[in-house]
Design a protein. Structure first.
Length: 55
């Protein structure tokens, strides 16, 4: 009986960590990645405009 209770408590702690820590970090990483991608697209456009031939 004692092992069952310990197992349930450890499972609850694991679920709490996943919901409280890992998921928010994953969402933050996705948002950061999308922001960086947007910045890289803008930089690529500026570099392409510099590479155009002057006539």
């Amino acid at each position: 009986m004692k092992k069952v209770i310990i197992t349930i408590v450890m499972f609850a702690i694991t679920v709490a960590l996943i919901v409280g820590v890992i998921l928010p970090l994953a969402n933050h990483g996705r948002e950061t990645g999308q922001g960086v991608e947007t910045q890289l697209i803008k930089i690529d456009e500026k570099i392409d405009s510099l590479a155009e031939e002057i006539s």
